[in-house]
Design a protein around this ligand. Structure first.
Ligand code: ZN
Length: 247
């Protein structure tokens, strides 16, 4: 059975397997609000998610980060959103970010309950398990945008630059080595103390992760090619709260 059939044709069969209320279960809510009229604090509903384009999803994140960086977060009815999303979720974007405690995606993009899928791993790279989550978010649950989000002063990137080895972290950091090796044009030492080198590796890692995502996930690559889902990279600055988007 194809995934699309799972969404539209086989949702009942999936629901039977997982129980009466699988967490992506289609809610019976109907919304007439177009995305252009969607207030920043609106709880995402199916109609709004379906109507949203990848570009509109990116714009919504950009506006959220601008609110966050200027200290003007929207007021939210958090527990109200819990109740509204209890029967189904329709997130508009998926953010693959680092585990860094200073970069919580929902907060730095000023988003609420049910707005975004948040996938986090030290160094924000993809592997088959991470890609499975991203494929679910886009192909099954209808998210319209994938953001690969690096950040400044990333300990994982610094660790990779320094060749740190420690338990399972060694394997984690091995995923960042291609970015370290790909940066060849930064003067100075090739280690975690060279801020310019670390910054270049951080950006390179975002770009290589975007490439790896498309190479390793035919499902996502096809969706991106068909403009069903967008793929963008960004780097969050831990000193300003601002996300700079990669061209
Ligand atoms: Zn990090």
């Amino acid at each position: 059975m194809a995934l699309r059939e799972i969404i539209w044709g086989g949702i009942t069969a999936v629901a039977v397997v997982l129980g009466p209320a699988p967490f992506w279960a289609a809610a019976d809510t109907q919304s007439t609000a177009g995305v252009g009229a969607l207030p920043p604090a609106a709880v995402m509903e199916q109609a709004a998610q379906r109507a949203m384009t990848p570009a509109q999803a990116l714009q919504r994140l950009k506006e959220g980060n601008a609110r966050f960086a200027s200290g003007k977060l929207v007021e939210r009815d958090w527990i109200g959103a819990v109740k509204k999303t209890a029967s189904g979720q329709y997130p508009f974007a998926t953010i693959l970010g680092c585990i860094d405690s200073r970069v919580p995606p929902e907060i730095v993009f000023d988003q609420g309950i049910g707005d975004i899928f948040s996938v986090r791993i030290a160094g924000n790279f993809v592997d088959p398990e991470i890609l499975g989550s991203l494929e679910f978010a886009s192909k099954v649950a209808g998210s319209k945008l994938i953001v690969i989000l690096g950040h400044s002063a990333c300990g994982a990137i610094k660790g990779a630059c320094d060749g740190v080895e420690l338990g399972n972290l060694t394997t984690t950091l091995s995923h960042l080595r291609p970015a370290v090796e790909a940066v060849q044009d930064v003067p100075g030492p090739r280690n975690g103390k060279n801020a310019a080198f670390v910054d270049a590796v951080t950006h390179m890692n975002v770009r290589l992760t975007m490439e790896s995502l498309r190479k390793q996930s035919p499902i996502l690559d096809e969706m991106i090619t068909k403009h069903e889902v967008g793929l963008v990279g960004g780097v969050y600055d831990v000193t300003t709260g601002v996300v700079t988007w990669l061209e």
